[in-house]
Design a protein around this ligand. Structure first.
Ligand SMILES: [Zn+2]
Ligand SMILES: [Zn+2]
Ligand SMILES: [Zn+2]
Length: 972
């Protein structure tokens, strides 16, 4: 035994043991940033942008993230998916320019900058906002680069560049010229003290005590007679609950809940009152009356008469009763006072039912011209609150009065209570030329991935009530219009818009602050409508969704390297109601068709409980944290592995799983590398005809898996790509092929055909897999190719996928011998898998693999008995019954072909295939054990002779130092 160990050591130098300096574990924290720096130095982004000029173009249009704050894991997920899509297309040989973008204007930045620099306004405020946005663009750009995302980082589009700002104005000009723009009332939250509109982020809720009134709106007499004939001479009234009595003069409807029961009750003073059946007990308890029910009826019974109600104190005003799902049954009376000019929900009901958006309220919160009763004219609405209560009491229309404390919206600046009032706003008319419906229909022409997202996209668009384009802010693109200070007439023409666009193109939106009305209008011009007023510049700016929505116009159309429409938009599902929608609507107006051929929609990033990540929940995971745990490629592998039809879960279990998949892939690639240290693909490749049968099978497997993975990429099914890569490395390759050929790689003559045959296939696998994984495992693939591509001239991300179809055709020609009639015209996965010959070949190998597992089971049995420790200690005697053998019609021709080839006969094939030392084929052997494979009998015993100290195979050759006959020849 001691002698043997010594000689094993002395033969070690004669083996071809694996060598590589490719590390087992990645050193991502150091190597990944270094690789990013190298890509930057190599100008990878520039080169990728202009690669494959003249080839078919693939344009993914990057939806712009907001230039505020560090990127979170949702941004990382989105950009990595985009990077996978574009890297794949580029490696197919397409021309794939990717221009990243940033969304820069808007309230969050304006608020932040205002907080940091109180007192700034006008052009100075805009300058500060510009600097702020630019700072975050630079930070986010570094963060995206760090993820290995390849885009044209030095030439991004930003919505605040002068060119883009001018393009927004020109796009708006097209909307004006085509008649899509209208200016009309919209109800907005308003602070009467600061005299300004407030954005949602500026509203704070505070407890406030308000009156709580139950007000009577008498039902019109005709309706009473029709509904309840016996009450025809009585006053029957709807009971409406309100806590804002000052808005009652602005009432334009009574809302009733559809499919709900209502009752007529009789009050103590013999009046008849209508309220919701579900709320009658609450009201009885509150007012301390019995209120006996006289009638019970459904909302539909009432609505069938199309009834009107008398306003409680405006004598000649009758308002309609309208069914509305917004009516609540948890408080009040199930009948709601609707004033579209002073309530946001009322406004929506008003728009839906074409009610007047009536709002005669001044900016400082006083009733103005047009208010009824006229006594209110000039009165502050806070005083109107008391006036209305007195008037209701005087008119005997106040059924009950109490007060309540409730959360009420307040202004964040002055802490005073808000009101809602209608102001003039700019709208895009969605009904013009059927814009909304045309856009909904156009979704059918877009490939929506996943398919189910089409319905969600349509639903959000169909549910859209209006598009208000104006905002009362500073940091954004001005609406290029002039407004009469006397009659509110707006002056907006194509010439004016173009003049402003030219100014903005030169000076940015700051131009609007400095240009004078005189420069924009002929001198001394007065209002064409009222003939007396003078014009002032419109102060409103455009909705940021209009800005980013027209990126197809400002970027795809403007940049000759890109194209309209884009091949792909790829964003989270929240963009159905946002960027996807504003892009579609604006493209329908500007271009008459959608700006995208395909849309991929992905889910949100959530924790393991499915909760959206938020600071307040404390469940936020940052991209840095994930990269620290997994490396950059681990983060990318995670992004690719997610089924984007669902939300993207980040959990410890999933992280472990990703680590495991990555480890398997890396180990397999490292094994291949380490066995190719002396292989030069330009010199040592073995002709396909000369490959050993197992190597040929390995190559077939590779061609199959390559086609399968390419097909999964084509379908944008990255989950499938990751599974296929992982499975191939764990069960396909390592468990079978690589295990079998180890002996040949280590033991056979270094440059002999047997080792070169295996190395040839190893090289194809390494090269093919490295390219296949590159769109996802971008760092690992670059490092692998650094190691095996001897004369590497360019980054793996500028290379094309290995074209195995040529190989496959040759391989098939070699296998088929004379059968040359099958043509291979398409490159589709389907084609490979459906080819008759390929099917036959793979079926043969399925039989062989079944045969192998039956044999391995029998070996395992004697290993358990302690007769052998390792399969190399086994001698196998096989009886393959040519009549009864399962799959004989496939296997017998295969065995015959082997015996007619010089490289490996059936016996040698089996020794390698089963990883045993000795195989005897004997159809007459006595005492063969039967096996689980029909037609196979076998006998397993300990091998004879001695263990070769070099290769550990058992051999009966009688050499002095027990070298087997194979090793003896090699060592000589
Ligand atoms: Zn205020
Ligand atoms: Zn005027
Ligand atoms: Zn040997």
């Amino acid at each position: 035994m001691a002698d043997n160990e010594k000689s094993e050591r002395s033969y070690k130098d004669t083996l071809n043991l694996p060598q590589t300096d490719f590390p087992i574990r990645p050193n991502a924290a150091v190597d990944d940033p270094a690789l990013v720096a190298r890509w930057e130095q190599e100008k990878l982004y520039d080169k990728a942008f202009s690669l494959h000029q003249g080839a078919e173009k693939y344009v993914l249009h990057d939806g712009p993230p907001y230039a505020n704050g560090n990127i979170h894991v949702g941004h990382a997920y989105n950009k990595i998916l985009k990077d996978i899509v574009t890297k794949f297309a580029r490696m197919k040989g397409m021309q794939v320019p990717v221009t990243p973008g940033w969304d820069c204007h808007g309230l969050p930045i304006e608020l932040k900058v205002t907080q940091e620099n109180p007192g700034l306004s006008g052009a100075a405020l805009k300058k500060a906002c510009r600097d702020y946005a630019q700072r975050w663009i630079d930070i986010q750009r570094q963060e995206f680069k760090r993820l290995g995302v390849v885009m044209d980082w030095d030439h991004p589009y930003t919505t605040m560049s002068f060119e883009y700002e001018a393009a927004i104005i020109r796009a708006f000009g097209v909307f004006v010229n085509k008649g899509y723009i209208e200016r009309k009332n919209k109800t907005v939250p308003w602070c009467p003290s600061d005299q300004t509109v407030l954005a949602a982020a500026e509203i704070e809720y505070q407890e406030r005590k308000d009156p709580s009134l139950y007000v009577l709106f008498p039902v019109e007499e005709n309706a009473v007679s029709a509904l309840w004939p016996e009450l025809r001479d009585k006053e029957v009234s709807f009971v409406l609950w309100t806590t804002t009595p000052w808005t009652l003069p602005l009432n334009r409807a009574v809302l009733i809940k559809p499919h709900t029961d209502y009752v007529v009750v009789k009050s103590n003073d013999d009046r008849y009152l209508i309220l919701g059946a579900a709320l009658i007990d609450k009201v009885r308890a509150l007012v301390q009356q019995e209120l006996p029910v006289v009638h019970t009826f459904s909302a539909e019974y009432l609505l069938a008469t199309k009834p009107f109600a008398h306003h409680p104190f405006i004598p000649d005003l009758k308002v309609p009763v309208i069914a509305s799902g917004t009516v609540q049954l948890n408080e009040g009376t199930a009948l709601v006072h609707c004033a579209p000019g002073c309530g946001p929900e009322d406004y929506e009901v008003g728009v839906e039912h074409a009610l007047e958006i009536f709002s005669p309220i001044s900016p400082d919160g006083k009733y103005t011209e047009g208010i009824k009763p006229e006594a209110l004219l000039g009165m502050a609405v806070s005083d109107g609150q008391i006036w209305v209560i007195k008037e209701l009491a005087a008119q005997k229309k106040l059924f009950y009065k109490t007060s309540l404390r409730h959360p009420y919206p307040h202004c964040w600046r002055c802490r005073n209570g808000l009101i809602f009032r209608a102001t003039k706003q700019w709208f895009c008319d969605l009904s013009r030329d059927n814009l909304k419906q045309k856009s909904v229909d156009a979704i059918d022409t877009v490939t929506m991935i996943p398919a189910a997202s089409a319905n969600r996209f349509k639903a959000t668009l169909e549910g859209r009530l209006e598009w208000c384009l104006s905002r009362q802010r500073v940091w954004g693109v001005p609406i290029p219009a002039l407004v009469c200070d006397a009659c509110d007439f707006t002056f907006i023409t194509a010439e004016l818009i173009e003049q402003v666009a030219v100014g903005v193109q030169q000076q940015g939106i700051e131009y609007w602050d400095t240009v004078t009305v005189e420069q924009l209008m002929p001198k001394g011009a007065t209002c064409t409508q009222c003939k007396k007023g003078t014009f002032a510049k419109e102060r409103d700016i455009l909705d940021v969704w209009f800005e980013s929505g027209v990126s197809h116009y400002a970027v795809l159309r403007e940049n000759p390297a890109l194209a309209f429409p884009a091949d792909m938009y790829l964003e989270g599902k929240d963009q159905h109601r946002a960027w996807f929608q504003s892009s579609l609507l604006t493209a329908e107006v500007l271009e008459g068709k959608p700006p995208f051929k395909r849309i991929i929609t992905h889910g949100f990033t959530v924790d393991e409980q499915g909760k959206k990540m938020s600071k307040s929940l404390g469940n936020v995971v940052t991209p840095e944290q994930m990269m620290a745990q997994l490396g950059t490629d681990g983060l990318r592998l995670w992004a690719a592995s997610i089924d984007y039809a669902d939300d993207a879960v980040i959990s410890p279990a999933l992280t472990e799983n990703i680590k495991e998949v990555y480890r398997k892939i890396r180990n397999t690639m490292r094994f291949l590398l380490s066995n190719l240290y002396d292989f030069d693909s330009s010199r040592d490749v073995v002709a396909l005809d000369a490959l050993l049968p197992i190597d040929r099978y390995g190559l077939h497997e590779l061609i199959f898996i390559n086609a399968k993975i390419r097909d999964a990429y084509e379908r944008y099914d990255f989950t499938d790509v990751v599974h296929s890569l992982g499975d191939y490395c764990s069960s396909g390759l390592s468990a079978l092929y690589l295990d079998i050929i180890k002996d040949r790689l280590y033991v056979e003559k270094a440059d002999g055909i047997k080792r070169r045959s295996a190395q040839t296939v190893c090289w194809y696998i390494l090269d093919t897999m490295t390219h296949l994984m590159a769109p996802i495992l971008s760092f690992t693939a670059e490092q692998l190719s650094d190691h095996y591509q001897n004369d590497k001239k360019r980054s793996i991300h500028l290379q094309e996928f290995a074209d195995l179809m040529l190989l496959w055709e040759q391989l098939n020609a070699a296998d088929k011998r004379a059968q040359k009639d099958i043509s291979f015209q398409t490159k589709a996965f389907k084609h490979i898998t459906e080819t008759m010959h390929e099917q036959q070949y793979m079926q043969t190998w399925q039989q062989l693999l079944q045969l192998r597992s039956a044999v391995l089971k029998a070996i395992e049995k004697i290993r358990e008995q302690g007769i052998v420790k390792h399969s190399l200690e086994v001698k196998l005697t096989l009886n393959l019954d040519p009549e009864a053998l399962q799959g004989k019609e496939l296997l017998m021709p295969f065995f015959n072909a082997l015996d007619n080839q010089s490289s490996q006969n059936v016996k040698a094939f089996f020794e390698e295939f089963f990883i045993v030392s000795q195989v005897v084929l004997d159809n007459d052997h006595d005492g063969l054990q039967s096996s689980e494979y029909p037609g196979l009998s076998l006998f397993v015993e300990h091998a004879q002779g001695n263990k070769c100290p070099r290769c550990w195979r058992w051999d009966t050759t009688n050499n002095p130092d027990h070298l087997c006959s194979r090793c003896e020849k090699i060592v000589q």
